[in-house]
Design a protein around this ligand. Structure first.
Ligand code: COA
Length: 262
């Protein structure tokens, strides 16, 4: 069982943890409680072997997450602003990017500011056709502070990222798809099914190899690491895992692999 809190609902289905950010009357804006509960939920799920992937979505049919809670930070000082950003990076955004299981953002409506940054921190994004995405922070006199200045450029390229950030414009799901911001666009009804199609493929593969692949892909975006060197190291280590032995013997025996994630 995974905790369900005040602002975060959870359900485990088909070996997937579905997390629903649940503040629909505030368009699921991320306040301190939500960040804390989301973090605790992810920590709790990390060591549960039966959970092979995570889907994050928003409650209701209007918003994924409409940003950080503006009312909460309205009177923050410089120091509190810095703290807000660094706590968020540590507890949610970097945490999700480096999570050991694939995390999919099911973007079911507005994904603005911290909401788009949440989707950007996830490994895969799928949007419903009503979704609107943007980083509107400069309209409030701030900049994206949950990794948006970095990850948006990594995902859609520097030119489009500059445009989105300095104009504060929202883009629709079709443009997001064309720009490579989301992998798929579906109807709102089909959104979770599409995510489950992806997770069903993930669930039958080696959890150990998937965890390593996430680590190595991210290493290439970390300027303190050399992604190629990390790849060589981790590729080698794969040969010592139980999942490798199982995967190869299943192939040679012409049977389906039964990975234990070891
Ligand atoms: N933080 C806090 N509250 C938020 C919020 C946010 N990021 N986004 C929406 N809300 C609240 C609204 O204040 C409103 O609360 P109220 O009913 O108590 O007044 C409620 O959610 C509904 O939002 P509302 O603005 O009435 O809906 P809308 O359909 O008219 O507009 C948006 C939708 C998304 C365009 C608009 O809510 C918006 O611009 N939100 C802020 C987006 C943003 O700048 N995010 C980046 C933050 S750094």
């Amino acid at each position: 069982m995974i905790m369900t809190g005040e602002s975060v609902l959870t359900e485990i289905k088909n070996n997937v943890l579905v997390i629903t950010i649940n503040r629909p009357d505030k368009l699921n804006a991320l306040n301190k409680t939500t960040i804390e509960e989301l973090h605790e939920t992810l920590v709790e799920a990390e060591n549960q072997k039966d959970i092979r992937a995570v889907i994050i979505t928003g409650s209701g049919n209007k918003a994924f997450v409409a940003g950080a809670d503006i009312a909460e930070f309205a009177n923050y000082s410089i120091e509190q602003g810095k703290q807000l950003s660094s706590t968020g990076h540590f507890k949610i955004f970097n945490f999700i990017e480096n999570y050991s299981k694939p995390v999919i953002a099911a973007v079911n409506g507005f994904a603005l500011g911290g909401g788009l940054e949440l989707a950007l921190a996830c490994h895969i994004r799928v949007a419903s056709d009503n979704a609107k995405m943007g980083l509107p922070e400069v309209s409030l006199g701030v900049i994206p502070g949950y990794g948006g200045t970095q990850r948006l450029a990594q995902i859609i390229g520097k030119g489009k990222a500059f445009e989105m950030i300095v104009t504060a414009d929202m883009i629709n799901a079709q443009d997001a798809y064309k720009w490579g911001l989301v992998n798929y666009v579906t109807t709102q009804e089909e959104l979770l099914n599409k995510c489950f199609d992806i997770t069903s493929k993930i669930s039958s593969k080696s959890p150990t190899a998937i965890k390593t692949a996430i680590k190595v892909i991210n290493a290439g975006y970390n300027n303190k690491q050399n992604g190629y060197e990390v790849e060589i190291e981790e590729f080698g280590k794969s040969f010592g895992t139980g999942d490798f032995k199982e995967g190869v013997s299943a192939f040679l025996d012409k049977r389906k692999a039964n990975f234990q994630g070891n």
